[in-house]
Design a protein around this ligand. Structure first.
Ligand code: NAD
Ligand code: TDX
Length: 337
């Protein structure tokens, strides 16, 4: 059996990856290590908690006594755990530095001692390139992060690389574009707008709504990570993008149309400070290994909207009963919605 450690496996992408990996690799024994922050939820793994090839450990990656032994016995580490929401990083950046930078450092130190480690996947982000006015970011481009989240991720991205260059830890760095799909915490734009619209609550569109994101279905992301575990080269960086560049205002109309809700639900609100105008990654390198996205955006968005429509059990308790969600919503949108 192959021992795989997935950090942040109770979050959005991590839980989709755990589910995908258990179904795809009969010889993988997966340990999920997750702190269960506001974004990490046992419910995200409800259907794999009892799987005999899956163990769940509740703990902080920054706690070396917990994370160290798990890394040391792993053959593969896929490191998703992070604070991930740009708007929260603008409100308070401390946890982003502690988890995204220092937490990654703790894992990498353990990775130096891990005798059987063949792969350490550092899940970075396209945001490390900063805003790109035109063209597409290549892996060799300069990093110009512009908000506390992306700056923390850039720190972790280069720290992981340095552990390959310096200590020969078998690191691969991935930089994916905006993911969408089931189990995404309902404060990121797609699940927030879908669930607000279901309840006829206005959807707060930042600024002029003309910012562009490249949408990648989480299943295509999981397939890319899996391929890179098998075929990637240590010390290399790989962009992962869906090739679906969409302006926020167009995305919003598609969501409202998909739910047969009126455009009058769109509420223009103050812009995000330092709001990156556009991200776009060049995926030639990954495509050279045989990967290409399989989920057309139209189908993926329709299915995602349908998932939130059918799975109110999953999101309604967060939005209606979780005081932390209400406090965040008030802090973020209180003045403007
Ligand atoms: P998420 O916020 O849904 O999940 C993050 C998970 O990490 C949660 O389960 C949380 O409990 C856990 N976590 C946080 N701090 C921890 C700590 N100190 N110790 C252990 N666990 C901790 O995030 P996501 O959207 O699934 O993103 C996963 C990874 O992918 C992140 O590294 C993120 O930067 C990266 N990424 C995300 C996107 C995207 O569009 N969502 C795009 C590119 C890259
Ligand atoms: O209420 C909103 N209104 C709005 O107009 C929210 C929450 C967002 N937006 C805009 C801001 C962005 O241009 O929508 C776009 C997407 O916003 P988010 O869902 O917050 O994602 P983004 O800031 O692009 O970052 C995401 O992609 C890169 C993830 O959250 C990161 O973890 C990932 O690294």
């Amino acid at each position: 059996m192959v021992d795989v450690l997935v950090t942040g496996g109770a979050g959005f992408i991590g839980s989709n990856f755990v589910r995908y990996a258990l179904a795809t690799h009969a010889d993988w024994r997966i340990t999920t290590l997750d702190k269960l922050t506001y974004a990490g939820r046992r419910e995200n793994l409800h259907d794999v908690m009892d799987n005999p090839r899956h163990a769940f450990v509740h703990g902080d990656i920054g706690d070396a006594a917990v994370s160290g032994p798990l890394v040391e016995k792993a053959a593969i580490v896929v490191h998703f755990a992070a604070e991930t929401h740009v708007d929260r990083s603008i409100l308070a950046a401390g946890e982003f530095i502690r988890t995204d930078v220092e937490g990654t450092f703790v894992l990498l130190e353990a990775a130096r001692r891990a005798a059987g480690l063949t792969r350490f996947v550092q899940i970075s982000t396209d945001e490390v390139y900063g805003s790109v006015a035109s063209g597409a970011s290549r892996e060799t481009d300069e990093l110009k992060p512009r908000n506390p989240y992306s700056a923390s991720k850039a720190g972790a991205d280069r720290l992981a690389y340095s552990y390959w260059a310096t200590y020969d830890v078998p690191v691969i760095v991935t930089r994916a574009s905006n993911n969408y799909g089931p189990y995404q915490f309902p404060e990121k734009v797609i699940p927030l707008f879908v669930t607000n619209a279901i309840d006829d609550i206005p959807v707060p569109l930042y600024g002029d709504g003309r910012n562009v994101r490249d949408w990648l279905h989480v299943d295509d992301h999981c397939r890319a990570i899996d391929l890179l575990i098998e075929q990637g080269t240590s010390g290399e960086v790989y962009n992962i993008g869906g090739g679906n560049d969409v302006m926020n205002v167009d995305l919003t109309h598609r969501i409202l149309d998909g739910l047969r809700k009126p455009a009058s639900l769109i509420k223009p609100v103050a812009d995000r400070p330092g709001h990156d105008r556009r991200y776009c990654v060049d995926t030639t390198k990954l495509r050279g290994l045989g990967w290409q996205p399989q989920v057309p955006f139209e189908d993926g968005l329709r299915d995602t909207i349908e998932w939130y429509r059918r799975n109110e059990w999953w999101w309604r308790p967060i939005k209606e009963n979780d005081p932390a969600f209400k406090a965040y919503y008030q802090a973020q949108y209180g003045r403007t919605t």
